[in-house]
Design a protein around this ligand. Structure first.
Ligand code: DON
Length: 560
């Protein structure tokens, strides 16, 4: 069995992928946070499947091999480009349960109850991943459910040796899982942490996946698995009901469409803020000679930070689920609006976000996951999926092997109170039954004259959008290779808190000084590794598909 042979080789992989080179292929490419999942996807391509088949197989495999973010208990977004040139987006974001209400996370005094929207049964939205992946397959795949799910089932049933990174993650999260016996049982040996190289099996998850493979969406949203999820909810005062599960539906939406220097940008529309903000920021940058300013220069960082500041301020006010709130998408993504909005840009002076004190940044990195797939016919998938925090609510629905999300924290649980990513929101993103919480996930496809050019996206909470923006600008403006565009340090500003965070070594000492003189404050180097983001991307140029695994984390780009 090929999967099993590569499994054992993988234990020896260093935490950061050994090769910074982009992988090249002519016939297909999958790049994801898990080498095993990439291998699954490429196996499907090689057996004649298209990029959609491969993406669905990779998505299910990630739920097994990268459990902190790969999931069937969470949700995500897919942007797909079909070989006929059509671009479609599928929203399989979680929804608020039917019994949810605006102030559900506030106490009698109207204060936020700490942890209720992140670390409890009440933190979960109704999962969308299974419906989303199956719908993608049904509408645009060529293979059977059984075929694309078989590798994930095998990986769950037979297990796979844990990499050092995964074993360390499990050890770290054990304490948070201690109150939940099913979580403890799944992620440790009776409370003793797993070691690298231990073969990790997930029999409950294998049974759940088998049920989905046999029955389709009903194998998750109805019957045994649905009852296990609801029983878990009832153990912890959670809100998801059988009716919520049965009613869940993914939604095909209109993609956000922008242009930038002759390229077409296809992004995710609300309930993600990603597509709108990326197009808005590109529109603000377009009149400037970004290339001449130069990568890493204080002037360019200033220009881009000011675009970020304005776009994120708009996010807080205007973005939410467009099925519930009238999001002014056309205005926000228009060139005219960008010109007006950026009219007060001062090339020499930072503008002022009203300070709200030291904001919080994600404590744990890369807890969402993005993967990119392309086949030889020009079908392309950019898919970002998440449980929100790493390992979501940390709660496994007993008997199902399913780790539940804590996506409810992405709602504005109280007006102007920052969520775990320091993002604030208002009425546009207030909780309502059935509504989808605002996201930053930004799977993006860039095409040129109708031909696929760049596929990108990332985890990283609020930093997802600025990560995708920088990969796009690096390739289009700075004419970088894909390896440089993905690997180089990034910076991030999100209006509030008024602070620039940047990847280690990302801003030179003299640029830092200039930025401070311009009035930028709170410049902070990222605390971990090479900084934020995990932008597993694909570039198609001159008939060659380049795949790049973000070197900040393990995983693999595999092409052929
Ligand atoms: O949808 C969102 O924007 C968040 N739930 C994403 C969370 C995330 O990226 C966590 N990773 N650091």
């Amino acid at each position: 069995m090929r999967i099993i042979t590569i499994l054992f080789a993988l234990v020896a992989l260093p935490v950061v992928a050994a090769s910074p080179e982009a992988v090249q292929g002519k016939n297909g490419m999958v790049t994801s946070r898990s080498a095993l999942a990439s291998e699954v996807g490429v196996g499907i391509l090689k057996s004649g499947g298209n990029a959609i088949d491969a993406a669905v197989a990779t998505g299910f495999a990630l739920a097994v091999t990268y459990p902190s973010a790969g999931n069937i208990g969470g949700g995500g977004f897919a942007v797909i480009r079909l070989e006929n040139g059509e671009v479609l987006i599928l929203d399989h974001r979680e929804t608020a349960p039917g019994s949810a209400s605006r102030d559900m996370y506030l106490d009698a005094d109207g204060d936020v109850i700490r942890g209720l929207s992140t670390r409890t049964h009440k933190a979960s939205g109704v999962p969308g991943t299974v419906d989303g992946l199956l719908l993608l397959l049904q509408h645009h795949g060529t293979k059977s459910r059984k075929e694309v799910m078989a590798p994930a089932i095998l990986l769950a049933k037979d297990g796979f040796p844990l990499t050092r990174n995964l074993a360390a993650q499990f050890a770290r999260v054990l304490q948070a899982m201690a109150p939940y016996p099913a979580s403890k049982a799944k992620f440790s040996k009776n409370g003793t942490p797993y070691a690298a190289g231990d073969v990790w099996k997930q029999p409950d998850l294998a049974a759940t996946l088998e049920e989905i493979s046999k029955k389709g969406r009903d194998g998750f949203y109805k019957g045994r698995v649905a009852k296990l999820i609801v029983a878990e909810m009832q153990r912890g005062n959670g809100d998801i009901s059988l009716a919520d599960l049965a009613d869940y539906r993914s939604v095909w939406r209109e993609p956000i469409k922008g242009t930038y220097r002759g390229y077409d940008i296809w992004g995710m529309s609300p309930p993600s803020s990603g597509g709108v903000l990326i197009v808005q920021m590109l529109n603000m940058l377009e009149p400037y000679d970004v290339k001449a300013l130069g990568w890493g220069s204080a002037q360019l960082i200033h220009l881009m930070v000011e675009a970020q500041r304005r776009a994120y301020a708009d996010r807080a006010e205007h973005l939410g689920d467009s099925d519930f709130y009238n999001v002014p998408v056309a205005t926000l993504t228009s060139k005219a609006y960008a010109r007006k909005r950026f009219g007060d840009f001062d090339p020499d002076r930072a503008s002022d976000s009203e300070a709200i004190g030291a904001g919080s940044w994600p404590e744990e990195s890369a807890e969402t996951t993005h993967f990119s797939v392309m086949d030889g016919k020009g079908n392309v998938v950019a898919l970002t999926t998440t449980l929100n925090s790493g390992y979501g609510s940390k709660i496994v629905a007993a008997g199902s092997g399913i780790l539940l999300n804590n996506e409810m924290n992405d709602f504005s649980i109280k007006k102007n109170v920052p969520n775990q990513f320091g993002l604030i929101g208002r009425v546009a993103n207030a909780i309502e039954p059935g509504k989808r919480m605002l996201s930053s996930m930004s799977p993006t496809i860039v095409t040129k004259d109708g031909v696929p050019f760049l596929v990108t996206g990332s985890p990283g909470g609020s930093t997802i959008i600025t990560t995708a923006l920088q990969v796009i600008v690096n390739v289009i403006d700075h004419e970088m290779t894909l390896e440089d565009a993905v690997s180089l340090p990034r910076f991030h500003h999100q209006w509030k808190p008024d602070s620039i965070s940047y990847g280690k070594h990302g801003i030179s000492p003299d640029s830092l000084k200039i930025l401070q003189q311009m009035g930028h404050r709170n410049l902070r180097a990222a605390r971990w590794g090479r900084g934020f983001g995990d932008a597993n991307s694909i570039l198609y140029r001159d008939g060659v598909i380049y795949g790049m695994k973000d070197p900040r984390n393990e995983g693999a780009a595999i092409g052929y």
